[in-house]
Design a protein around this ligand. Structure first.
Ligand SMILES: NC(=O)c1ccc[n+]([C@@H]2O[C@H](COP(=O)([O-])OP(=O)(O)OC[C@H]3O[C@@H](n4cnc5c(N)ncnc54)[C@H](OP(=O)(O)O)[C@@H]3O)[C@@H](O)[C@H]2O)c1
Length: 354
């Protein structure tokens, strides 16, 4: 029998995530039944929002919490089909699905996962490597594209601020807005990331939010205010945006990473009155609410990547066992661009013991 490995949480973090709160478990991998495929996972995603599920209860309406001592279902992954008993899939296909943080997965082809974004899907890897489908051509691309163009409703002349702009989603949003000709301001948590935003991504202004107070830093970067705020951070970043937004400004609320480890519900923005006086629109969304945009997003961002207009930096960690440490590192802000785990091939373990 094939022996696989999977990462399981064994304790919920209090505050910072620690690798010791997970363990790698060896499991027997069963054969696929009719309607299923067996996949050897090659790359798996590391996402900020996993932190929301590492607790007794996930936020209402969100994907469920990860039960302790169980495999972590609902994490995007790409891999290669080893055996198929499902129509439309064959040995050798590259696919994505949502049974990540393990090296083998038996996946039911028809089962909807992650609101439809993570349902087993055959990928075209002729123009982009498999792991691009976890970032720019996958859920991150969809979140950036849907959030910027459909939720924030980007209009000609808008000045855009993107927080966590050097991260997976933020770096795509910032570049998409630049490609469409906007003035774009990015913020991030280190001087090195600020250099990346200015020199590699070509943003018009960027600042390190740790180097001053947000309203001052934002005023300096956007003296005449902003029209769109793409919020990845929440808290003090959202408050600063409310102060800087101009009349009829819009906020796409994508995530609130500054609040994910909070034990108590954080205070709301203390300055909501500008939403009244300036006629602001704040709209939360999830990429998975917009799966109908996947084909359009892939066509458009795929073209931008091929033309060299959209750059996708990766922070790659080698070895499945390193996935928890990679998550901890991302939450601390050590990553740039998309964080990925390249899964080591352990096929030599197959048939161990006959
Ligand atoms: N709505 C959706 O469907 C959807 C989908 C995917 C992701 N998201 C959200 O998008 C955001 C980014 O996610 P991602 O997976 O792309 O992660 P990411 O941006 O690649 O990594 C997270 C980044 O957040 C920054 N950060 C951490 N703590 C912070 C704090 N207290 N204040 C300010 N910045 C902080 C860090 O960068 P710095 O060095 O800049 O601090 C870190 O690199 C998250 O809020 C996530 O929940 C939403």
């Amino acid at each position: 029998m094939t022996i696989g490995r999977e990462v399981r949480p064994i304790a919920y973090p209090r505050g910072e995530v620690r690798a010791s709160e997970f363990r790698l478990v060896e499991v027997g991998v069963r054969q696929p039944r009719p309607g299923e495929v067996l996949v050897r996972n090659t790359w798996t995603s590391v996402d900020a929002a996993l932190r929301l599920r590492l607790r007794e209860k996930a936020p209402p309406g969100y994907f469920p919490a990860f039960p302790l001592e169980e495999p972590m279902d609902g994490i995007m992954t790409v891999g290669e089909v080893l055996e198929s008993r499902a129509e439309g899939f064959a040995r050798g296909d590259t696919v994505w699905h949502a049974s990540g943080w393990r090296d083998y997965a038996v996946v039911e082809a028809e089962r909807q996962a992650l609101g439809g974004v993570g349902t087993l899907t055959k990928l075209d890897v002729s123009t982009a490597p498999p792991q691009a489908h976890l970032g720019v051509l996958g859920g991150n691309g969809l979140t950036a594209y849907a959030g910027l163009f459909h939720v924030a409703g980007l209009r000609d002349g808008d000045v855009v601020w993107v927080s966590a702009a050097a991260g997976a989603v933020g770096s795509l949003v910032a570049q998409m807005a630049k490609i469409r000709g906007h003035r774009v301001i990015g913020s991030a948590g280190s001087d090195e990331k600020v250099r990346y935003l200015l020199e590699e991504l070509g943003l018009d202004a960027a600042f390190n939010y740790k180097r001053g107070t947000l309203p001052d830093l934002l005023r300096e970067a956007a003296p005449d205010g902003i029209d769109v705020y793409f919020d990845n951070v929440g808290g003090d970043h959202l408050e600063a945006a409310l102060g800087a937004l101009r009349r009829s400004g819009r906020v796409a609320i994508c995530g609130m990473i500054s609040e994910y480890a909070a034990e108590e519900p954080p205070n709301g923005p203390g300055n909501l009155m500008p939403a009244v006086t300036k006629g602001l629109t704040m709209r939360g969304f999830r990429g998975s609410d917009h799966t109908h945009l996947l084909p359009e997003m892939r066509r458009q961002t795929g073209a931008w990547v091929r033309e060299g207009r959209l750059h996708c930096r990766e922070t790659v960690v080698d070895g499945l066992a390193q996935a928890p440490a990679a998550l901890a590192s991302l939450l601390r802000g050590d990553n740039t661009g998309k964080t990925l785990v390249r899964i080591d091939d352990v096929r030599h373990r197959e048939n161990a013991g006959g």
